[in-house]
Design a protein around this ligand. Sequence first.
Ligand code: HEC
Ligand code: HEC
Length: 279
Amino acid sequence: MSTWSPARIIGTVPVEEDGSAFFKVPADVPVYFQALDENLLEVRRMRTFVTLQRGEVRGCTGCHETRDEAPQALMKVPKALAKESVYPEPPSWGSTTLPDYEAHIHPIIVNNCQPCHGEKNPAAGLEFSSRRVDGYYQAYRTMFGLSADAPTPVQELAAFEMNQGKGHNVVVDREALRMMERNEYPGQLITISNKFGDNSVTEVRQFGSGNSPLIKALLSEAHLQHVKLSDKDWEDLVTWIDVNAPYWGTFIDKEPVREGEKPQRLKIQIGQPFGLENE
Ligand code: HEC
Ligand code: HEC
């Protein structure tokens, strides 16, 4: 899906039994938090960036309690404070790369889902195949409710880019894209955060892996018996969903389009989150 801005994953940190965690975040970089359960599924996400300066120490308490409650909440010393703060553990693709469906997620689908959900006679009619439809793997389209013969809904810029190639069945359909962004598209198997939503308090497991039919299916008895993802594959899959399941880890450079040339896909270079201090 589309995103406002490139989001890389800095990493995951352990949470103590009392719910506390003590960890480092990079300085001068906007960060946001997601609370995960023991299966690494999202419970809730903070949709606002926080930026800390070098040497700054901050707690969630204070922002997240009323002025009356904050001092009481801190009467009990959080368990995590008994140890040193930790560096977050990055996902398998690292913390300087944007997650990319083709590079990081599709191989997991090929190995674990295609035996039953391939192009021919897919189980439950869900085709997680490697055939390309309008330039995308059908497996990804299926995750957003698009059958192989449905046109691909895109925005104007993508339509411009794709119409340069032959045989693409794309339509400029902002309404379909909005339905996907609101998790309302029929057959959608992945639940993403609604970028057009307001700032009202969210429900537990409203967004992300914790509410995605695809993940719920994998936790069903039938799948648990036949499909066993490695710990790495599971973490990669749910982490990618929690960063809103992007197809591209690259961006379209809009400049040439304005000058009437073919747009290009560019890789984004992101620095190490912690720089030299972590070496
Ligand atoms: C600078 C203040 C600030 C700090 C520090 C802060 N938060 Fe938040 N948090 C907010 C605001 C404002 C919101 C509401 C808007 C939103 O959902 O992003 C929020 C929302 C959230 C939500 C989503 C709840 C909802 O309304 O949907 C979670 C989860 C969350 N924060 C977790 C954390 C955790 C965990 C920490 C500490 C590691 C933390 N926050 C630190 C200000 C803060
Ligand atoms: C051993 C065969 C097999 C494998 C491997 C398999 N599935 Fe399935 N899947 C099925 C069958 C059979 C059904 C239909 C019955 C059911 O819903 O359990 C199904 C149904 C589904 C459904 C629909 C569930 C619903 O409630 O409508 C989803 C989503 C799904 N699979 C996702 C996946 C994903 C993702 C993978 C790979 C990580 C995968 N499956 C691997 C056999 C398999």
